[in-house]
Design a protein around this ligand. Sequence first.
Ligand code: AMO
Length: 429
Amino acid sequence: MLAIHSHPARPTLAVDEAISVRGVVHRLRALRGVAFLHLRLPEALIQVVWEGSLPPGLREQSAVAVSGRCVSARLREAALTHRTLEVRATALEVLSTPSQPMPIDVTKPTLSAGGAAVYDHRALSLRHPRVQAVFRVQQAVLCGFREALFAEGFTEIHSPKLGAEGAEGGAEVFELEYFGRRATLAQSPQLYKELCTGAFLRVFEVGPVFRAEKHATSRHLAEYTSLDLEMGPIASFTEVMAMQVRVLAHTFGRVRQTCGHALELLGASVPEVVCVPAIPFAEAKARIGGSATPDLSPAEEQALCRSVCEETGSELVFVTHYPSSKRPFYTMDVPGSEHETCSFDLLFRGVEITTGGQRIHEREALVAKLAARGMNPDAFAFFHATHGYGLPPHGGLGMGLERLTAQLLGLANIREACLFPRDRSRLTP
Ligand code: AMO
Protein backbone atom coordinates (compact mmCIF):
# COMPACT_ATOMS: atom_id res chain seq x y z
CA MET A 1 0.00 0.00 0.00
CA LEU A 2 1.25 3.50 -0.82
CA ALA A 3 1.95 5.67 2.24
CA ILE A 4 2.41 9.44 2.06
CA HIS A 5 4.64 11.02 4.70
CA SER A 6 4.24 14.51 6.06
CA HIS A 7 7.91 15.50 6.02
CA PRO A 8 8.54 17.77 3.04
CA ALA A 9 11.84 17.47 1.20
CA ARG A 10 12.66 21.18 1.12
CA PRO A 11 16.24 21.65 -0.04
CA THR A 12 18.68 23.40 2.29
CA LEU A 13 20.07 26.16 0.12
CA ALA A 14 23.43 26.54 1.85
CA VAL A 15 27.01 26.73 0.65
CA ASP A 16 28.85 23.36 0.65
CA GLU A 17 25.59 21.38 0.92
CA ALA A 18 24.65 18.66 -1.53
CA ILE A 19 21.51 19.77 -3.34
CA SER A 20 18.85 18.02 -5.37
CA VAL A 21 16.08 20.29 -6.70
CA ARG A 22 13.47 20.60 -9.43
CA GLY A 23 12.87 24.01 -10.97
CA VAL A 24 12.37 25.93 -14.21
CA VAL A 25 15.12 27.35 -16.41
CA HIS A 26 14.70 31.13 -16.30
CA ARG A 27 17.73 31.96 -18.38
CA LEU A 28 20.19 29.79 -20.32
CA ARG A 29 23.62 30.80 -21.49
CA ALA A 30 25.47 28.02 -23.26
CA LEU A 31 29.18 28.53 -23.96
CA ARG A 32 31.61 26.00 -25.33
CA GLY A 33 31.50 23.04 -22.92
CA VAL A 34 29.78 24.90 -20.10
CA ALA A 35 26.22 26.16 -19.57
CA PHE A 36 24.93 28.66 -17.02
CA LEU A 37 21.33 28.23 -16.01
CA HIS A 38 19.32 30.60 -13.85
CA LEU A 39 16.89 28.25 -12.18
CA ARG A 40 13.53 29.39 -10.74
CA LEU A 41 12.79 27.63 -7.46
CA PRO A 42 9.73 28.35 -5.31
CA GLU A 43 11.52 31.03 -3.28
CA ALA A 44 14.75 31.79 -5.10
CA LEU A 45 16.55 32.15 -8.36
CA ILE A 46 19.82 30.23 -8.30
CA GLN A 47 22.63 29.81 -10.79
CA VAL A 48 23.48 26.30 -11.94
CA VAL A 49 26.73 25.58 -13.74
CA TRP A 50 26.66 22.52 -15.97
CA GLU A 51 29.80 21.23 -17.61
CA GLY A 52 29.06 18.79 -20.39
CA SER A 53 26.84 18.51 -23.41
CA LEU A 54 23.36 20.01 -23.18
CA PRO A 55 20.67 17.38 -22.68
CA PRO A 56 18.06 17.33 -25.48
CA GLY A 57 15.08 19.62 -24.83
CA LEU A 58 16.97 21.97 -22.49
CA ARG A 59 15.70 25.51 -23.20
CA GLU A 60 14.59 28.57 -21.31
CA GLN A 61 11.30 27.70 -19.53
CA SER A 62 12.13 23.96 -19.50
CA ALA A 63 11.49 22.23 -16.17
CA VAL A 64 14.56 20.36 -14.94
CA ALA A 65 15.82 18.22 -12.08
CA VAL A 66 19.30 19.15 -10.88
CA SER A 67 21.65 17.44 -8.44
CA GLY A 68 24.96 18.87 -7.39
CA ARG A 69 26.71 20.89 -4.73
CA CYS A 70 26.25 24.51 -3.65
CA VAL A 71 29.56 26.26 -4.16
CA SER A 72 29.00 29.94 -3.46
CA ALA A 73 26.48 32.67 -2.87
CA ARG A 74 26.23 34.90 -5.96
CA LEU A 75 23.94 36.48 -8.53
CA ARG A 76 22.38 38.84 -6.07
CA GLU A 77 21.11 41.41 -8.56
CA ALA A 78 18.97 38.99 -10.57
CA ALA A 79 17.62 37.01 -7.66
CA LEU A 80 14.10 36.85 -6.34
CA THR A 81 15.25 36.72 -2.75
CA HIS A 82 18.50 37.10 -0.89
CA ARG A 83 18.97 33.32 -0.90
CA THR A 84 21.12 33.17 -3.97
CA LEU A 85 23.44 30.34 -4.74
CA GLU A 86 25.64 28.86 -7.36
CA VAL A 87 25.32 25.13 -7.82
CA ARG A 88 27.78 22.90 -9.64
CA ALA A 89 25.52 20.29 -11.22
CA THR A 90 26.52 16.65 -11.49
CA ALA A 91 23.18 15.54 -12.97
CA LEU A 92 20.73 17.49 -15.12
CA GLU A 93 17.46 15.93 -16.31
CA VAL A 94 14.91 17.70 -18.52
CA LEU A 95 11.36 17.18 -17.23
CA SER A 96 9.42 19.29 -19.77
CA THR A 97 10.19 21.41 -22.82
CA PRO A 98 8.16 24.38 -24.12
CA SER A 99 7.02 23.97 -27.70
CA GLN A 100 7.19 27.72 -28.47
CA PRO A 101 9.56 30.59 -27.65
CA MET A 102 8.31 33.23 -25.17
CA PRO A 103 6.59 36.22 -26.87
CA ILE A 104 8.09 38.57 -24.25
CA ASP A 105 11.60 38.60 -22.81
CA VAL A 106 11.60 38.03 -19.04
CA THR A 107 15.36 37.61 -18.72
CA LYS A 108 16.40 41.29 -18.92
CA PRO A 109 16.57 43.38 -15.70
CA THR A 110 13.43 45.29 -16.73
CA LEU A 111 10.50 44.03 -18.73
CA SER A 112 10.75 45.81 -22.07
CA ALA A 113 7.32 44.73 -23.42
CA GLY A 114 4.79 47.58 -23.62
CA GLY A 115 1.67 48.02 -21.43
CA ALA A 116 -0.93 45.84 -23.17
CA ALA A 117 1.54 43.02 -23.95
CA VAL A 118 2.39 42.70 -20.24
CA TYR A 119 -1.29 42.00 -19.50
CA ASP A 120 -2.08 40.10 -22.73
CA HIS A 121 0.68 37.67 -21.70
CA ARG A 122 0.20 38.12 -17.96
CA ALA A 123 0.97 34.50 -17.03
CA LEU A 124 4.33 35.00 -18.75
CA SER A 125 5.16 38.50 -17.50
CA LEU A 126 4.64 37.14 -13.96
CA ARG A 127 7.80 35.12 -14.58
CA HIS A 128 9.89 38.31 -14.49
CA PRO A 129 11.70 38.77 -11.14
CA ARG A 130 10.62 42.41 -10.74
CA VAL A 131 7.00 41.56 -11.46
CA GLN A 132 7.20 38.68 -9.01
CA ALA A 133 8.72 40.97 -6.39
CA VAL A 134 5.46 43.00 -6.38
CA PHE A 135 3.48 39.92 -5.42
CA ARG A 136 6.00 38.77 -2.84
CA VAL A 137 5.53 42.15 -1.14
CA GLN A 138 1.75 41.83 -1.52
CA GLN A 139 1.92 38.45 0.19
CA ALA A 140 3.84 40.01 3.10
CA VAL A 141 1.18 42.76 3.32
CA LEU A 142 -1.55 40.13 3.63
CA CYS A 143 0.44 38.13 6.12
CA GLY A 144 1.06 41.26 8.25
CA PHE A 145 -2.61 42.29 8.06
CA ARG A 146 -3.78 38.87 9.23
CA GLU A 147 -1.15 38.58 11.99
CA ALA A 148 -2.00 42.01 13.38
CA LEU A 149 -5.74 41.28 13.49
CA PHE A 150 -5.42 37.80 14.99
CA ALA A 151 -3.31 39.41 17.74
CA GLU A 152 -6.16 41.91 18.34
CA GLY A 153 -8.74 39.12 18.77
CA PHE A 154 -10.40 39.28 15.33
CA THR A 155 -12.04 36.27 13.65
CA GLU A 156 -11.56 35.81 9.90
CA ILE A 157 -14.83 35.46 7.95
CA HIS A 158 -15.80 34.68 4.35
CA SER A 159 -19.00 36.38 3.30
CA PRO A 160 -21.02 35.58 0.16
CA LYS A 161 -20.18 37.34 -3.07
CA LEU A 162 -23.60 36.71 -4.61
CA GLY A 163 -26.42 38.74 -3.16
CA ALA A 164 -29.65 40.56 -3.83
CA GLU A 165 -28.56 44.21 -3.34
CA GLY A 166 -25.30 46.13 -3.54
CA ALA A 167 -24.10 47.40 -0.16
CA GLU A 168 -22.40 50.57 -1.33
CA GLY A 169 -25.21 52.02 -3.48
CA GLY A 170 -24.57 53.86 -6.73
CA ALA A 171 -24.52 52.44 -10.22
CA GLU A 172 -21.25 50.56 -9.73
CA VAL A 173 -22.88 47.18 -9.27
CA PHE A 174 -22.65 44.15 -11.57
CA GLU A 175 -25.94 42.38 -12.10
CA LEU A 176 -26.46 38.82 -13.21
CA GLU A 177 -29.25 36.35 -13.73
CA TYR A 178 -29.66 34.01 -10.73
CA PHE A 179 -32.09 31.11 -11.28
CA GLY A 180 -34.61 33.41 -12.93
CA ARG A 181 -34.10 36.47 -10.73
CA ARG A 182 -31.73 39.41 -10.51
CA ALA A 183 -28.62 39.06 -8.38
CA THR A 184 -25.61 41.30 -7.79
CA LEU A 185 -21.92 40.68 -7.23
CA ALA A 186 -20.74 41.98 -3.84
CA GLN A 187 -19.32 45.53 -3.96
CA SER A 188 -17.94 44.91 -0.46
CA PRO A 189 -18.53 42.57 2.51
CA GLN A 190 -19.99 45.58 4.35
CA LEU A 191 -23.40 44.29 5.45
CA TYR A 192 -22.13 40.83 6.42
CA LYS A 193 -19.15 42.06 8.40
CA GLU A 194 -21.48 44.38 10.31
CA LEU A 195 -23.92 41.55 11.07
CA CYS A 196 -21.03 39.40 12.30
CA THR A 197 -20.05 41.96 14.97
CA GLY A 198 -23.23 40.81 16.75
CA ALA A 199 -21.74 37.32 17.00
CA PHE A 200 -17.93 37.60 17.06
CA LEU A 201 -17.55 41.33 17.98
CA ARG A 202 -14.36 41.65 15.90
CA VAL A 203 -14.17 40.23 12.38
CA PHE A 204 -12.09 40.70 9.28
CA GLU A 205 -12.19 39.47 5.71
CA VAL A 206 -9.79 39.29 2.79
CA GLY A 207 -11.74 38.69 -0.38
CA PRO A 208 -12.69 39.74 -3.89
CA VAL A 209 -15.16 42.58 -4.48
CA PHE A 210 -16.65 43.84 -7.71
CA ARG A 211 -17.14 47.41 -8.92
CA ALA A 212 -18.68 48.29 -12.27
CA GLU A 213 -16.50 51.40 -12.49
CA LYS A 214 -17.32 53.42 -15.60
CA HIS A 215 -14.01 55.22 -15.89
CA ALA A 216 -10.70 53.76 -16.95
CA THR A 217 -8.18 55.15 -14.45
CA SER A 218 -4.81 54.09 -13.05
CA ARG A 219 -6.43 53.45 -9.63
CA HIS A 220 -9.65 51.56 -10.36
CA LEU A 221 -10.23 47.89 -11.09
CA ALA A 222 -13.52 46.14 -11.77
CA GLU A 223 -12.50 43.36 -9.38
CA TYR A 224 -10.12 43.92 -6.49
CA THR A 225 -9.17 42.34 -3.18
CA SER A 226 -10.67 44.12 -0.21
CA LEU A 227 -9.09 44.02 3.25
CA ASP A 228 -12.00 44.64 5.60
CA LEU A 229 -12.37 44.77 9.34
CA GLU A 230 -15.31 45.51 11.61
CA MET A 231 -15.28 45.87 15.40
CA GLY A 232 -17.60 46.50 18.31
CA PRO A 233 -18.52 47.72 20.80
CA ILE A 234 -16.77 51.02 20.11
CA ALA A 235 -17.25 54.42 21.74
CA SER A 236 -16.01 56.40 18.73
CA PHE A 237 -14.84 55.91 15.16
CA THR A 238 -11.41 57.13 16.29
CA GLU A 239 -10.93 53.63 17.80
CA VAL A 240 -11.17 52.25 14.27
CA MET A 241 -8.57 54.79 13.13
CA ALA A 242 -6.29 53.70 15.98
CA MET A 243 -6.75 50.07 14.90
CA GLN A 244 -5.85 51.07 11.34
CA VAL A 245 -2.62 52.70 12.54
CA ARG A 246 -1.63 49.65 14.62
CA VAL A 247 -2.42 47.26 11.77
CA LEU A 248 -0.47 49.30 9.22
CA ALA A 249 2.50 49.72 11.59
CA HIS A 250 2.70 45.94 11.96
CA THR A 251 2.05 45.25 8.27
CA PHE A 252 4.69 47.67 7.03
CA GLY A 253 7.13 46.30 9.63
CA ARG A 254 6.51 42.80 8.30
CA VAL A 255 7.21 43.99 4.74
CA ARG A 256 10.45 45.69 5.80
CA GLN A 257 11.56 42.59 7.72
CA THR A 258 10.85 39.98 5.07
CA CYS A 259 11.02 41.74 1.70
CA GLY A 260 14.37 43.55 1.77
CA HIS A 261 15.49 42.20 -1.58
CA ALA A 262 12.14 42.70 -3.34
CA LEU A 263 12.05 46.31 -2.08
CA GLU A 264 15.59 46.87 -3.33
CA LEU A 265 14.72 45.39 -6.72
CA LEU A 266 11.72 47.74 -6.98
CA GLY A 267 13.52 50.76 -5.48
CA ALA A 268 10.75 51.11 -2.88
CA SER A 269 10.87 52.44 0.68
CA VAL A 270 8.37 51.49 3.37
CA PRO A 271 7.56 54.17 5.95
CA GLU A 272 7.65 53.65 9.72
CA VAL A 273 4.10 54.18 10.95
CA VAL A 274 4.11 55.69 14.42
CA CYS A 275 1.56 58.49 14.41
CA VAL A 276 -0.77 59.53 11.58
CA PRO A 277 -2.17 63.10 11.44
CA ALA A 278 -5.95 63.49 11.11
CA ILE A 279 -7.71 66.50 9.60
CA PRO A 280 -11.48 67.13 9.28
CA PHE A 281 -12.80 67.24 5.70
CA ALA A 282 -13.77 70.94 5.77
CA GLU A 283 -10.36 71.91 7.15
CA ALA A 284 -8.62 69.76 4.53
CA LYS A 285 -10.50 71.55 1.74
CA ALA A 286 -9.65 74.96 3.22
CA ARG A 287 -6.00 74.02 3.66
CA ILE A 288 -5.50 73.33 -0.05
CA GLY A 289 -8.00 75.89 -1.35
CA GLY A 290 -10.10 73.02 -2.72
CA SER A 291 -13.35 73.12 -4.69
CA ALA A 292 -16.82 73.18 -3.10
CA THR A 293 -17.57 69.53 -4.05
CA PRO A 294 -18.44 67.08 -1.23
CA ASP A 295 -15.47 64.84 -2.07
CA LEU A 296 -11.74 65.21 -2.64
CA SER A 297 -10.64 65.01 -6.27
CA PRO A 298 -7.47 63.03 -7.11
CA ALA A 299 -5.59 66.34 -7.50
CA GLU A 300 -6.87 67.54 -4.11
CA GLU A 301 -5.82 64.27 -2.45
CA GLN A 302 -2.33 64.79 -3.85
CA ALA A 303 -2.18 68.44 -2.78
CA LEU A 304 -3.34 67.55 0.74
CA CYS A 305 -0.77 64.76 1.11
CA ARG A 306 2.02 67.07 -0.10
CA SER A 307 0.99 69.80 2.30
CA VAL A 308 0.66 67.48 5.33
CA CYS A 309 3.91 65.68 4.52
CA GLU A 310 5.77 69.00 4.28
CA GLU A 311 4.46 70.03 7.68
CA THR A 312 4.61 66.75 9.61
CA GLY A 313 6.81 64.38 7.58
CA SER A 314 3.96 61.84 7.48
CA GLU A 315 3.18 60.14 4.16
CA LEU A 316 -0.16 59.04 5.60
CA VAL A 317 -3.02 61.34 6.55
CA PHE A 318 -6.56 60.70 7.77
CA VAL A 319 -9.37 62.90 6.51
CA THR A 320 -12.36 62.72 8.88
CA HIS A 321 -16.02 63.82 8.98
CA TYR A 322 -16.86 63.34 5.30
CA PRO A 323 -20.13 64.92 4.13
CA SER A 324 -23.13 62.64 4.62
CA SER A 325 -24.17 62.97 0.97
CA LYS A 326 -21.01 61.14 -0.13
CA ARG A 327 -21.24 58.28 2.35
CA PRO A 328 -23.37 55.12 2.05
CA PHE A 329 -26.63 54.72 4.00
CA TYR A 330 -25.11 52.62 6.78
CA THR A 331 -22.74 55.43 7.89
CA MET A 332 -23.49 57.14 11.21
CA ASP A 333 -23.96 60.89 11.11
CA VAL A 334 -22.29 63.06 13.74
CA PRO A 335 -24.92 63.32 16.51
CA GLY A 336 -27.07 66.40 15.88
CA SER A 337 -25.87 66.79 12.30
CA GLU A 338 -27.27 65.44 9.06
CA HIS A 339 -24.37 66.75 7.05
CA GLU A 340 -21.26 65.31 8.64
CA THR A 341 -20.44 61.66 9.27
CA CYS A 342 -18.41 59.74 11.85
CA SER A 343 -16.19 58.52 9.05
CA PHE A 344 -12.72 58.81 7.59
CA ASP A 345 -10.53 58.09 4.61
CA LEU A 346 -6.84 57.31 4.86
CA LEU A 347 -4.63 58.83 2.16
CA PHE A 348 -1.17 57.43 1.44
CA ARG A 349 1.28 59.21 -0.86
CA GLY A 350 -1.49 61.11 -2.59
CA VAL A 351 -4.12 58.37 -3.00
CA GLU A 352 -7.03 57.14 -0.84
CA ILE A 353 -6.28 53.61 0.34
CA THR A 354 -8.96 53.20 3.05
CA THR A 355 -12.51 54.21 3.82
CA GLY A 356 -13.96 53.59 7.27
CA GLY A 357 -16.15 54.88 10.05
CA GLN A 358 -18.86 54.20 12.58
CA ARG A 359 -22.13 52.60 11.42
CA ILE A 360 -25.73 53.04 12.46
CA HIS A 361 -26.47 50.26 14.95
CA GLU A 362 -30.12 51.05 15.82
CA ARG A 363 -32.81 49.59 13.60
CA GLU A 364 -35.17 52.59 13.56
CA ALA A 365 -32.39 55.01 12.63
CA LEU A 366 -31.21 52.68 9.85
CA VAL A 367 -34.67 52.23 8.34
CA ALA A 368 -35.24 56.00 8.52
CA LYS A 369 -31.93 56.66 6.71
CA LEU A 370 -32.79 54.15 3.95
CA ALA A 371 -36.20 55.76 3.48
CA ALA A 372 -34.71 59.28 3.51
CA ARG A 373 -32.39 58.21 0.68
CA GLY A 374 -35.28 56.91 -1.40
CA MET A 375 -34.06 53.33 -0.95
CA ASN A 376 -36.47 50.48 -0.27
CA PRO A 377 -36.04 49.33 3.36
CA ASP A 378 -37.65 45.98 2.50
CA ALA A 379 -34.76 45.15 0.18
CA PHE A 380 -32.44 45.32 3.21
CA ALA A 381 -34.80 43.59 5.66
CA PHE A 382 -32.30 40.78 6.41
CA PHE A 383 -29.85 43.49 7.45
CA HIS A 384 -31.90 45.82 9.65
CA ALA A 385 -33.89 42.95 11.19
CA THR A 386 -30.67 41.87 12.91
CA HIS A 387 -30.17 45.39 14.21
CA GLY A 388 -33.55 44.95 15.93
CA TYR A 389 -32.14 42.00 17.90
CA GLY A 390 -29.16 44.10 18.97
CA LEU A 391 -25.85 44.98 17.34
CA PRO A 392 -23.07 46.59 19.37
CA PRO A 393 -22.09 50.15 18.43
CA HIS A 394 -19.57 49.25 15.76
CA GLY A 395 -17.30 50.55 13.06
CA GLY A 396 -14.73 49.32 10.62
CA LEU A 397 -12.84 49.95 7.45
CA GLY A 398 -12.10 48.65 3.97
CA MET A 399 -8.71 48.91 2.29
CA GLY A 400 -7.93 47.99 -1.32
CA LEU A 401 -5.03 45.52 -1.42
CA GLU A 402 -3.90 46.50 -4.92
CA ARG A 403 -4.07 50.25 -4.16
CA LEU A 404 -2.12 49.77 -0.97
CA THR A 405 0.52 47.67 -2.78
CA ALA A 406 0.79 50.17 -5.64
CA GLN A 407 1.26 53.10 -3.24
CA LEU A 408 3.75 51.22 -1.10
CA LEU A 409 5.88 50.30 -4.11
CA GLY A 410 5.43 53.53 -6.09
CA LEU A 411 3.77 51.71 -9.02
CA ALA A 412 2.28 54.04 -11.62
CA ASN A 413 -0.77 51.87 -12.28
CA ILE A 414 -2.90 49.72 -9.95
CA ARG A 415 -2.91 46.98 -12.60
CA GLU A 416 0.76 46.30 -11.82
CA ALA A 417 -0.35 45.18 -8.36
CA CYS A 418 -3.04 42.81 -9.66
CA LEU A 419 -2.22 39.28 -10.88
CA PHE A 420 -4.87 39.22 -13.62
CA PRO A 421 -6.49 42.67 -13.77
CA ARG A 422 -10.13 43.18 -14.69
CA ASP A 423 -11.23 46.53 -16.09
CA ARG A 424 -13.75 47.85 -18.61
CA SER A 425 -11.80 46.46 -21.53
CA ARG A 426 -10.18 43.36 -20.05
CA LEU A 427 -11.85 40.08 -19.09
CA THR A 428 -9.03 37.72 -20.12
CA PRO A 429 -6.55 36.26 -19.44
P1 AMO B 1 -14.88 52.16 -0.56
O1 AMO B 1 -15.90 51.98 -1.60
O2 AMO B 1 -14.34 53.54 -0.37
O3 AMO B 1 -15.46 51.72 0.87
O4 AMO B 1 -13.68 51.17 -0.82
C1 AMO B 1 -12.67 50.98 0.15
C2 AMO B 1 -11.30 50.97 -0.48
O5 AMO B 1 -11.26 50.02 -1.54
C3 AMO B 1 -10.42 50.48 -2.58
N1 AMO B 1 -11.20 50.62 -3.81
C4 AMO B 1 -10.79 50.19 -5.02
N2 AMO B 1 -9.65 49.61 -5.41
C5 AMO B 1 -9.52 49.29 -6.72
N3 AMO B 1 -10.49 49.50 -7.64
C6 AMO B 1 -11.66 50.08 -7.29
N4 AMO B 1 -12.62 50.23 -8.21
C7 AMO B 1 -11.85 50.46 -5.93
N5 AMO B 1 -12.87 51.04 -5.23
C8 AMO B 1 -12.46 51.12 -3.96
C9 AMO B 1 -9.85 51.79 -2.12
C10 AMO B 1 -10.88 52.27 -1.13
O6 AMO B 1 -10.34 53.15 -0.19
N6 AMO B 1 -17.55 49.38 2.69
C11 AMO B 1 -16.62 50.47 2.57
C12 AMO B 1 -15.46 50.33 3.53
C13 AMO B 1 -15.87 50.49 4.98
O7 AMO B 1 -16.43 51.56 5.32
O8 AMO B 1 -15.61 49.58 5.78
C14 AMO B 1 -16.07 50.55 1.14
O9 AMO B 1 -16.10 49.59 0.41
O10 AMO B 1 -8.60 51.50 -1.49
